[in-house]
Design a protein. Structure first.
Length: 538
C-alpha cells in the first residue's frame, strides 16, 4: 500500500514531537547548518573572478571611475592599498569601452580647459603659468594619441620676453615618452614628435627639443654630422631595400626552374652615398671653318685733291691686296679682333675692318646621384634536383654543369653583373636539409584557457567535497542521533516487547520502530528475547 506525502509528513512531525526539547533544538540547528552550507557553497561558486580594470590611477581619475561604475551598476573592488580597481573578468573589456566613451581615465592631464577657470584679478605671471601648463597638457594628449605611446610628459621652458635683442633666448622643450611593452619608435616618428612640439610653441627651434623614452634613451640625437658615425638609419634602410630587391629578383627568376623552396640567395651591396658636384668651364680653339662672328665693322677712305700722298713709294705699295687670311694667322686681328689698315692704292686710299669672333666655351655642371651601386656580392644556393624513379620513389641528384651554368647566367642578368665594377657571384648546388624546424606547440597544461578551466573545475570540486564531507560525515550522524527518540530502560523495553499485542498502547508503527531500533542498537537483548520466546513455545 502506497503512502501519501501527507501521511509521510504527518509521521515525521509526530516523530519530531516525540523528541525531547534539546533534541528538537539540535535538529533545527543541524538543518539550519546544512542550509547555510549549501547556500554558502552555491554563492561561492557563483562569485565572479575579479580582474584589474585600471591601475596606477590618480585620485581624481579613481573617484570619477568609481562614480561611473556605480551609475552603471557594475560591481567593483579595490586592491590592497587602492592601487587598482577590480571588476568581474567577464565585464573588463565592456567596462573599458564604456568608460572610454566618457573620456576616462583622463590621466590627470589638463589642457586649455584650465583657462576656463580663470578668475578676475589673476596676475599676469599666473596667467602665463596657466597658459604654459595648458600648452604642455595639450601636447601631452597629442603625443599620447600615437599607437606606440602609453604615456607622455612634456616640459616647456619658455623664457621671459626682453626688449633687448641680445638678451632674447629661444624656448626649449623636453619630452618623456613611455612606450607600450614591445613597441619602438622609428626615426620618422621621433622626428614627427619633434616637429609637432616645434610647431606648437612659437620660436622653438628643433635643436632645442629633447625626446627621451622610459629607459632614459635619447631618441632625438642631433644630426650634425659629428655625433653620427657611419651610415644614418635612413641610409641603412635604403641599403636593406636595395639588397632585398636584388634577392627577390634572383629568387623570382630561379623559382620556376628549381621550385619555390629550392633556392636561397643573399646579396651584399656596397653603395655610394657621397654627394659630388662638379662644375667645368672648357675653352676650345676656333677652327677657320667653324669660327662664329659676333660683330664686324668696316671703314674705307680714299685720297683726293688736297690729300697728301701716303704710303711707301714704289711698285710694291701699288699692288692689289692679297687674299684674306684666317684670324689666327694674323696676330693683330686675333688680339684686337681687327685687320690692319691696307693702302687703297697709289692714290693714298685707306680701308679698315674690325671683326669680333665668338669663343668656343663649354660650361658643365655634374651632380652625381646619391646611393649608386658601387659593388655587388651575390651568393646563391640551389637545392639538388628532384628525380622520381621508376618505382615511384623520390631521389635528389646534383645538377649538371650545363644546368649550373644556365642558372649562373640567369643570376648575372638579373643582378646586372658588371666585371669592371668588381661584382662577384658564387652559385652552389647543395642538398637542403629535409628536417624542418617546427615551433613546438604550447602544452595543454600551459594553455591559459586550460588553466582557467582547470581552476574553475577544481574550485567547484573543492566546494562539492567540503559540502559532501560536512553533510554525510558530520551532520548526517548528528541528525540521526538527534532524530532518534530516547530509549526505554532495558527492563521496560523487554516488557514492552514481550507483552501481547492487544495489551500494547502504542500503535503498530511505533512498536515496529521500537523493535527496529532495539534490533539495531541492542542486538544481544533482542536475541535474548527471541530465545526466551522460542524456549517458552509461545
Amino acid at each position: 500500500m502506497a503512502v501519501s506525502p501527507q501521511q509521510t509528513i504527518s509521521a515525521r512531525l509526530k516523530e519530531f514531537t516525540q523528541l525531547s526539547g534539546g533534541q528538537q533544538i539540535g535538529l533545527i540547528l543541524v538543518l539550519a547548518t546544512v542550509v547555510a552550507l549549501v547556500s554558502g557553497a552555491w554563492m561561492w561558486s557563483q562569485t565572479p573572478d575579479y580582474r584589474v580594470l585600471y591601475s596606477n590611477l590618480s585620485d581624481r581619475d579613481g573617484g570619477t571611475i568609481i562614480n561611473s561604475l556605480q551609475q552603471m551598476n557594475v560591481p567593483y573592488k579595490m586592491a590592497e592599498g587602492g592601487g587598482a580597481i577590480l571588476v568581474p573578468s567577464t565585464q573588463v573589456y565592456d567596462v573599458r569601452l564604456r568608460l572610454a566613451s566618457q573620456g576616462l581615465p583622463k590621466g590627470s592631464v589638463v589642457g586649455f580647459e584650465l583657462m576656463e577657470t580663470q578668475k578676475l584679478g589673476t596676475s599676469q605671471f599666473l596667467e602665463q603659468v596657466n597658459y604654459q601648463r595648458a600648452l604642455e597638457g595639450e601636447l601631452t594628449r597629442s603625443i599620447q594619441s600615437l599607437s606606440a605611446v602609453q604615456g607622455a610628459r612634456v616640459h616647456l621652458a619658455i623664457p621671459r620676453p626682453s626688449v633687448f635683442t641680445r638678451e632674447q633666448q629661444k624656448p626649449s622643450a623636453s619630452v618623456l615618452i613611455s612606450l607600450h611593452p614591445g613597441r619602438l619608435l622609428d626615426r620618422a616618428q621621433v622626428s614627427g614628435i619633434v616637429h609637432l612640439v616645434s610647431s606648437s610653441v612659437p620660436d622653438l627651434p628643433i635643436k632645442n627639443i629633447t625626446v627621451l623614452d622610459q629607459n632614459g634613451n635619447l631618441l632625438s640625437a642631433a644630426d650634425d654630422g659629428k655625433t653620427n658615425v657611419g651610415l644614418d638609419p635612413g641610409q641603412l634602410d635604403y641599403l636593406r631595400q636595395v639588397e632585398q630587391s636584388f634577392i627577390k629578383r634572383i629568387e623570382n627568376i630561379l623559382s620556376p626552374i628549381t621550385g619555390t623552396e629550392n633556392v636561397r640567395a643573399q646579396v651584399a651591396a656596397e653603395l655610394d652615398f657621397s654627394q659630388t658636384e662638379q662644375t667645368a668651364e672648357i675653352f676650345r680653339p676656333n677652327t677657320p671653318t667653324e669660327a662664329s662672328i659676333r660683330s664686324q665693322q668696316s671703314n674705307e677712305s680714299s685720297g683726293g685733291a688736297g690729300q697728301p700722298a701716303s704710303g711707301v713709294p714704289g711698285a710694291l705699295s701699288n699692288q692689289p691686296p692679297g687674299a684674306a687670311s684666317a684670324p689666327l694667322t694674323a696676330p693683330a686681328a686675333t688680339a684686337a679682333g681687327a685687320t690692319p689698315a691696307q693702302p687703297a692704292g697709289g692714290g693714298g686710299g685707306r680701308k679698315e675692318s674690325t671683326v669680333n669672333y665668338e669663343l668656343d666655351k663649354t660650361i658643365k655642371h655634374v651632380k652625381s646621384p646619391v646611393g649608386g651601386v658601387k659593388r655587388l656580392s651575390v651568393a646563391v644556393v640551389v637545392n639538388y634536383k628532384k628525380v622520381v624513379g621508376k618505382d615511384g620513389k623520390v631521389n635528389f641528384k646534383p645538377m649538371s654543369a650545363a644546368e649550373m651554368a644556365q642558372i649562373s647566367n640567369l643570376v648575372k642578368e638579373s643582378m646586372g653583373y658588371r666585371q669592371d665594377r668588381g661584382d662577384t657571384l658564387n652559385v652552389v648546388n647543395a642538398s637542403f636539409s629535409a628536417v624542418a624546424e617546427e615551433i613546438p606547440a604550447t602544452p595543454i597544461w600551459k594553455d591559459p584557457a586550460t588553466i582557467s578551466l582547470a581552476r574553475e573545475i577544481a574550485k567547484n570540486l573543492l566546494i562539492a567535497g567540503i559540502v559532501f564531507f560536512l553533510v554525510f560525515k558530520v551532520l548526517r550522524p548528528l541528525f540521526k542521533e538527534l532524530a532518534t527518540p530516547p530509549l526505554l530502560p532495558e527492563a521496560e523495553q523487554l516488557e514492552h516487547l514481550a507483552m501481547p499485542v492487544d495489551a500494547m498502547k502504542a500503535d503498530y508503527e511505533d512498536r515496529l520502530r521500537v523493535a527496529k531500533v532495539m534490533a539495531r542498537e541492542e542486538p544481544k537483548v533482542v536475541a535474548s528475547v527471541v530465545k526466551d520466546w522460542i524456549g517458552s513455545n509461545e
